[in-house]
Design a protein around this ligand. Structure first.
Ligand SMILES: C[S@@+](CC[C@H](N)C(=O)[O-])C[C@H]1O[C@@H](n2cnc3c(N)ncnc32)[C@H](O)[C@@H]1O
Length: 278
């Protein structure tokens, strides 16, 4: 799947792609954005897994797993995980389909290095994936708000369209701009994001830059990228607000009524099955 030049480190195949294609002011902004992502996630990587061991996180993982079940269920499906991080997507896909062919991608070498077990991975920005060929994926996933960390959301969706086989589907999670969690946490500021908010005591300067979205913006982005939006849901309005197991169902019910209040919006898009029209 990866192009020649990919190196093998033990069991993990690593392709490293540059970000040389975007030039001028836009290129400068992208390099700065990506550098901030690398530095933030390198810093957070040793603590990342421990931050997501709560009962609430277990419920969130189970909810996402159920949503992925029908998408990755087909044997030998090729699954590409954009922002694979420390391997949650790899574990969920393996639980759902032991014969899936999984490839992770992440901008942070340090996040990938934490993954246990390791998996085939590419180190690159998800909105400029030079080293994976077109029409390679049956399914693309990008879990737990990862889509918000791409510097250019339109370029990200263009890459999703390019990588998907005709008829392929993508499950993408992004931060909601109207989330209740923004009212209560230090993440209410527009520019930077701290995973798990204040709980690890990060200084403001060390957050990751993010894009946040409304449901309407996601619809528009999908249409502009020639992807069909099949579904968009809020996960839970109490994520990042009041993460008590007993409140899970209440938070879900409000998320069903008003998806935008959720911390994250979860969308499913499909590339047109007809190669001519996509
Ligand atoms: C919130 S974590 C989610 C990781 C994983 N998907 C999970 O659910 O555990 C966000 C991940 O996005 C990666 N990331 C940030 N900016 C990125 C970019 N522009 N391209 C690819 N990965 C990026 C980070 O390194 C980090 O691993």
């Amino acid at each position: 799947m990866a192009r020649p030049g990919v190196r093998t480190h033990g069991r993990t195949v690593i392709g490293v792609a540059g970000t040389a294609h975007v030039t001028g002011k836009q290129g400068h902004r992208k390099r700065l954005w990506d550098a901030r992502q690398r530095s933030y996630w390198a810093w957070v990587s040793p603590a990342y897994e421990a931050l997501y061991l709560s009962r609430w996180s277990v419920l969130e993982n189970a909810w996402v797993k159920e949503r992925l079940r029908s998408l990755v269920g087909e044997s030998s499906a090729v699954v590409v995980d954009l922002a694979a991080g420390t391997g949650l997507g790899h574990r969920l896909v393996a639980e759902l389909n032991t014969s899936a062919c999984y490839v992770g991608l992440d901008i942070s070498r340090e996040m990938l290095a934490v993954a246990d077990p390791p998996f085939p991975a590419v180190i690159t920005a998800m909105d400029e994936i030079g080293c994976l060929r077109s029409c390679v994926a049956d399914v693309i996933i990008s879990l737990f708000t990862s889509g918000s960390f791409a510097s250019d959301p339109s370029a990200l969706l263009a890459e999703v369209h390019r990588l998907l086989k005709p008829g392929g589907v993508a499950y993408l999670s992004v931060l909601s701009s109207r989330a209740l969690s923004r009212i209560t946490s230090r993440n209410r500021g527009a520019a930077r994001y701290h995973t798990r908010g204040a709980s690890i005591g990060l200084g403001d300067g060390r957050g990751a830059p993010v894009h946040r979205f409304t449901v309407r913006q996601l619809r528009r982005l999908a249409t502009e990228s020639r992807l069909r939006l099949l579904d968009v849901r809020g996960m839970n309005v109490l994520s990042g607000v009041a993460e008590w197991r007993g409140l899970w169902t209440a938070g879900r019910l409000v998320a069903i009524a008003v998806p935008g209040l959720s911390h994250s919006l979860e969308l499913v898009v499909r590339r047109d099955p007809s190669p001519d029209r996509s």
